[in-house]
Design a protein around this ligand. Structure first.
Ligand code: AMP
Length: 113
């Protein structure tokens, strides 16, 4: 079973978030430590720890998360943006509840650090 995380607590309404989108499968809210003028996290309601833990059964949900990421980016007025999914501590993941970062509103360098 997935570990309880701060994102599970947000989903349960135990701690507040700055919500920008919600539906039966996912929630999107502003990152508490934004790395750009727009920095939103899209998370599934299902507590999947990481992209390392998904299987074929998650195909529909993963597609939905990306559709919502694009929807949120456009809703925020972005023409260009970056979507990031850090997978594992060595890749910078700090919260082990799958999330898609939507980052934009400034020029973004590549490769990332
Ligand atoms: P990652 O490093 O990819 O696991 O991203 C986790 C993100 O969650 C970081 O960008 C944090 O700033 C963000 N974060 C942590 N706690 C909160 C919170 N309570 N509300 C919103 N964003 C958060």
């Amino acid at each position: 079973m997935a570990e309880d995380t701060i994102f599970s607590r947000i989903l349960r309404g135990e701690i507040p978030c700055d919500e920008v989108y919600s539906d039966e499968h996912c929630l999107a809210f502003r990152d508490i430590s934004p790395q750009a003028p727009v920095h939103v996290l899209v998370i599934p309601r299902e507590p999947i720890p990481s992209l390392q833990d998904v299987g074929e059964e998650h195909a529909g949900l993963l597609g939905h998360l990306l559709l919502v990421a694009a929807r949120v980016a456009k809703q925020e007025g972005l023409e260009d943006w970056r979507t990031v999914i850090n997978s594992g501590a060595g890749a910078g993941q700090t919260v082990f509840h799958l999330h898609v970062h939507v980052i934009g509103g400034r020029a973004l360098d590549w490769p990332p650090g």
